[in-house]
Ligand binder design. Structure first.
Ligand SMILES: [Zn+2]
Length: 253
């Protein structure tokens, strides 16, 4: 199944316990959707393409702007004004032409998200706003799709992996949509760190290796160069997965 050039391209990871030829073939037939091709989505997409994930979906309807470029490393100055999905797909194909890139130049909504995510094995939430994050997590909970959730702010970031039915859901941590605009200050390295860890989580889920952050929340503090991992659990009164859940299907979201 792997070509001669695949064997050379992925040589250094094929030699790892937990990957091997079988794991590499698994990656080749895996599909990951990245929602948001910005600060988190750029490194996540880059590393997944480099690792040989066979199909990568890019969901974003935005255009590249100059103020994106301190962190959104898939895009260049000459890409300003282009669609992010076009700019990103071009770079990923240059890095690894064997990866199939699906461009979803679309705003995710309650009406289209089921169609957009249905063909993918893992969803990486790299959205830049709370509304989309809640939409992705709420929908994927009912669609039984694992979501690798990453978020950054300033010099800090968090990461967790949500597997419906197995881990606490997003609403256990954030019961309601936060009010007001999120703080927008960010230095690129924070997004680079969390975005590449999101790709790492996705590969672990796809290959069934290691210990994904299931029921665990990783907190990264760039200024202190520290990582903390704390356990978190299902909330009894969670509106989605609690004892008396009030939301029973995606139509009620
Ligand atoms: Zn819950």
């Amino acid at each position: 199944m792997l070509s001669e050039s695949d064997l050379i391209r992925y040589e250094r990871q094929i030699m790892l316990d937990g990957i091997g030829i079988k794991g590499q073939e698994k990656l080749k037939f895996s599909k990951v959707l990245i929602a948001g091709i910005g600060g988190l989505g750029s490194p996540a997409a880059y590393y997944l393409a480099a690792a040989g994930v066979g199909t990568i979906g890019l969901a974003d309807f935005d255009e590249v702007s100059l103020s994106n470029l301190n962190r959104q490393i898939l895009h260049r100055t000459s890409d300003v004004g282009r669609l992010k999905v076009d700019s990103a797909a071009e770079k990923l194909s240059l890095l690894n032409p064997n990866v199939k890139i699906n461009k979803h130049n679309i705003k995710l909504t309650a009406g289209n998200i089921a169609d957009e995510v249905k063909d993918y094995d893992v969803i990486i939430d790299a959205a830049d706003n709370f509304e989309t994050r809640f939409l992705i997590n709420d929908s994927c909970y009912f669609l039984q799709k694992p979501v690798v959730e990453g978020a950054v702010c300033g010099f800090e970031g968090i990461l967790m992996t949500i597997v419906p039915g197995k881990t606490p859901c997003y609403r256990c941590l954030y019961p309601d949509l936060p009010k007001g605009e999120p703080f927008k200050g960010i230095i690129g390295m924070t997004a680079g760190m969390i975005g590449s860890l999101q790709a790492f989580e996705a590969v672990k889920l796809l290959l069934g290796i290691g210990e994904p952050l299931l029921g665990r929340l990783l907190i990264f503090d760039g200024l202190n160069a520290s990582f903390r991992v704390i356990d978190w659990s299902k909330k009894r009164n969670c509106p989605f997965c609690g004892e008396n859940a009030i939301v029973k299907n995606s139509a009620e979201i």
